[in-house]
Design a protein around this ligand. Structure first.
Ligand code: NAD
Ligand code: TYD
Length: 352
């Protein structure tokens, strides 16, 4: 059984929940968290597990092939859960090179390091690649769901880079026989998400009385999943999924942006003790995102039927829990938006 697990991107939003789940649920595993600590990586996300005896943090770049190879040897890595990536669509529109570098070349660097370390002894090994539903492109309003058989049709530089990385992962399976699997998940929400993504950005802006920039007419649809449910799905699939398979992960939970924003405004005002509807005036329609995909929606029935996973939280409950968390952790929010934590970790770990 795999016990020496390399988790990449463990200081980010989803990665920190995966690290926490694995470090607490599997005390006899060794969890190595490899993260470059970009603007999106934050060790404050892992305060409660950093002292765990089965947990090690390594600050490094996944593109640094020699370092990655050395890590495989040093920790006898037999399982990889690969989350490290540049993850924000808007940033990919202004800086596509960084996305190709980290998401494509970084993934290739990990795959090749795994291939050399495992050297054909595939038994008991697994490379689990965490990807997005955005590789499938966009759906019409009300028209169908993404299944594992949907053809890839990425539109943004972000989704194009993730699609490319997915193809490399499958190529390693087909060419070398490496045990790999790919999971494609819908939009996540919950604690520790960097506040450039819709939900934490809007909670923070409501808190500070700043405008809420709604792209276009707010009619785009996303399928939202609570981040701990995603972490549980990764746990289930990493342990019981079939090598070579693809699993879609989603919340069965589609929301038009504008409806979600109204729910967020209502919930945040309520928890702040503001009069009902007080922050509605902050909603500001702005120029649409270039190439903005209209709708994403996942058919997660394969995962449910084969492995018994289901989302555990109702959306309204998840949103309330999330808003409460951000309001209770305004120091975290202020830290990540001020850039203070970046300076702190640079001083502590250097700026490699
Ligand atoms: P995030 O941006 O919050 O975190 C990314 C992490 O990767 C950060 O800790 C960052 O420091 C690290 N990282 C970036 N470049 C690196 C490099 N070159 N070397 C090492 N570490 C590096 O992202 P997230 O939202 O937690 O997403 C994690 C993964 O899940 C990504 O692969 C993303 O494509 C995928 N995903 C995200 C969502 C979502 O809704 N957020 C949905 C589906 C899939
Ligand atoms: P985002 O959280 O960036 O995730 P993704 O682009 O990966 O789906 O955005 C979610 C939706 O919200 C998407 O349709 C774009 C929209 N959006 C806004 O309307 N305003 C914003 O300021 C942001 C960040 C997103």
């Amino acid at each position: 059984m795999r016990r020496n697990i390399l988790i990449t991107g463990g200081a980010g939003f989803i990665g920190s929940h995966v690290v926490r789940l694995f470090a607490t649920k599997y005390p006899d595993y060794r969890i190595v968290n490899l993260d470059k600590l970009t603007y999106a990586g934050n060790l404050a996300n892992l305060r409660d597990v950093e002292q765990a005896p089965n947990y090690t943090f390594v600050k490094a770049d996944i593109c640094d092939f020699d370092t990655v190879c050395a890590l495989f040897r040093r920790y006898a890595v037999d399982g990889v859960i690969h989350l490290a990536a540049e993850s924000h669509v808007d940033r990919s529109i202004t800086d596509p090179f960084t996305f190709a570098r980290t998401n494509v070349m970084g993934t290739l660097s990990l795959l090749e390091a795994a291939r050399r370390a495992w050297n054909g002894a595939w038994e008991g090994k697994l490379f689990h690649h965490v990807s997005t539903d955005e590789v499938y492109g966009a759906l019409e309003a009300g028209g169908g769901l993404f299944t594992e058989e949907t053809k890839y049709d990425p539109h943004s530089p972000y989704s194009a880079s993730k699609a490319s990385s997915d193809h490399f992962v499958r190529a390693y399976r087909d060419t070398y026989g490496m045990p790999t699997l790919v999971t494609n998940c819908s939009n996540n929400y919950g604690p520790y998400q960097f506040p450039e993504k819709l939900i934490p950005l809007f909670i923070n802006n409501i808190r500070q009385g700043r405008p809420l920039p709604v792209y276009g007419r707010g009619e785009n649809v996303r399928d939202w999943l609570y981040v701990e449910d995603h972490a549980r799905a990764i746990d289930t699939i990493f342990h019981r999924g079939r090598a070579g398979a693809t699993y879609n992960i989603g919340g069965f939970n589609e929301w038009r942006n504008i409806d979600l924003i109204r729910l967020l405004v209502r919930t945040t005002d309520q928890l702040l003790g503001n009069p009902e509807g007080a922050s509605e005036r902050l909603v500001t329609f702005v120029t649409d995102r270039a190439g903005h995909d209209l709708r994403y929606a996942i058919d997660a029935s394969k995962l449910r039927d084969e492995l018994g996973w289901e989302p555990s939280l109702q959306f309204e409950e998840g949103i309330e829990r999330t808003v409460r968390w951000y309001l209770d952790h305004s120091d975290w929010m202020d830290g990540v938006t001020s850039g203070a934590y970046e300076k702190y970790y640079e001083a502590m770990y250097g700026n490699r």
